[in-house]
Write a protein of this length. Sequence first.
Length: 83
Amino acid sequence: MDKKNALRAGALAAGTTLMMLLMSSPALALTRDDGDDPGKGLSVGETLGLYVFAPLVIFAVITGLVMVLDRSKIRVTKPKARA
């Protein structure tokens, strides 16, 4: 029974996603509006720096701060009791 329910849920999720993709329009992305001034695009280096390296650096800084400011004691496992 569990396998059948999982298959049904997967089919429903896939069908819903497919319908949303088919029903959504590109929101007239190619049509320019009045007052539209997009500016210059990003280079490959700028794109990688903004969307790859900057989040990694932020993650590393937060991780480092958590590790440095952690005030908990070092946990030592107790030896197992002999039977």
